[in-house]
Design a protein around this ligand. Structure first.
Ligand SMILES: Cc1ncc(C[n+]2csc(CCOP(=O)(O)OP(=O)(O)O)c2C)c(N)n1
Ligand code: SF4
Length: 314
């Protein structure tokens, strides 16, 4: 893979012109190129929404699943084959509305997956309803009346759930975002990136102009160090990250909020329970045996599934 365009399919992209999703697509394919990810060992999993279309545009394995269900799909894929790099993409409705329980569960498990939130404050695909990240009393142009629900803070929720890499990027700061994505992929454990994504069609509050004025970089702050180097530092670093997570409005931080490389992953915990037989031998390749013999009987299998077996000739 010499050039990032090799990670792009040649499908027509039907996002609105100017949508922040274009920046996210460019940043993720650049990260893939820089890390030379093997397309046959990389899987992009999405839910339903404008954000959910992204697997169609990336030339690696992809699954476009159900609304709110990208994380459970990704979890199954990773447990079945821990050798794969798994990237989950979802909207704020997808991951923090219908999928909120799964989002929390992934943090608790610390499975080695990267979750990218296309955070546009609205339900883009279904025409601009208020999403879980739109603040109370905001009135975007798609709403007849101001929003009567409070908002979820994605960074605070990720920290509280146990994600061991928590960051925020901006869709139109491609260099910065692709560096964050690379670090998230290299991190062992559940990684979360909240990506501020202008929706030019339905969100007339959180526009590119709004973000251009408000955003600043955490790494530019004197003394900012989000990495937990000793277990004793954990509480202090989480509390500092939480305080930064509360900044919103005139000043919005982007960059890495928290990074803890020392927490065991779900794969490691499973491996311990299975006494070393996992993940060296991934479950998808294991033979199910009884009394030392495989219980898989090819003849019975063919009889049961004969109508579905396609013979490949030549
Ligand atoms: C179970 C289920 N409920 C509702 C829907 C309808 N639906 C499709 S996309 C969507 C919301 C999309 O918003 P978001 O997840 O924020 O993504 P965006 O389009 O903004 O990228 C909804 C409610 C659905 N497809 N499935
Ligand atoms: S509706 Fe919004 S999120 Fe969806 S493609 Fe258009 S600009 Fe992007």
């Amino acid at each position: 893979m010499e050039h990032e365009l090799n990670y792009r399919t040649d499908l027509w992209i039907d996002w609105c012109p100017g949508c922040g999703n274009f920046g996210i697509l460019a940043a993720v394919t650049r990260a893939m190129k820089d890390l030379r990810l093997d397309p046959s060992k990389t899987v992009v999993v999405s839910g339903i929404g404008c954000s959910g279309k992204i697997p169609h545009y990336i030339n690696v394995n992809g699954v476009h699943t159900l609304h709110g269900r990208a994380i459970p799909f990704a979890t199954g894929i990773k447990i079945a084959n821990p050798d794969l790099t798994i990237l989950v993409h979802g909207g704020d409705g997808d991951l923090l509305g219908i999928g909120a329980g799964h989002f929390v569960a992934l943090g608790r498990r610390n499975l080695d997956i990267v979750v990218m939130l296309h955070n546009n404050g609205v339900y883009g695909l279904t025409k601009g309803q208020a999403s879980p990240t739109l603040p109370l009393n905001s009135k975007t142009k798609g709403l007849n009346l101001p929003n009567i629900q409070g908002s979820v803070n994605p960074i605070a929720l990720a920290l509280a759930s146990g994600y061991t890499f928590v960051a925020r990027g901006y869709a139109f700061d491609g260099n910065h975002l692709s560096e964050l994505i690379k670090k998230a992929i290299q991190h062992r454990g559940a990684a979360f990136i909240d990506i501020l994504q202008p929706c030019v069609t339905f969100n007339d509050i959180y526009t590119a102009d709004f973000y251009r004025k408000a955003i600043y970089k955490l790494e530019g702050e004197e003394g900012w160090d989000p990495v937990v180097r000793e277990p004793a530092e954990t509480e202090e670093k989480i509390l500092r990250a939480m305080r930064k997570a509360m900044e919103w409005g005139e000043k919005i931080p982007i960059g890495i909020f928290y990074e803890n490389p020392a927490i065991t992953t779900f794969e490691d915990r499973l491996s311990d329970i299975l006494r070393g037989s996992y993940p060296k031998k991934s479950p998808s390749k294991s033979v199910i045996e009884k009394d030392g013999k495989s219980i898989f009987n090819a003849e019975i299998f063919e009889e049961l599934f004969k109508d579905f077996i396609i013979e490949v000739k030549g």
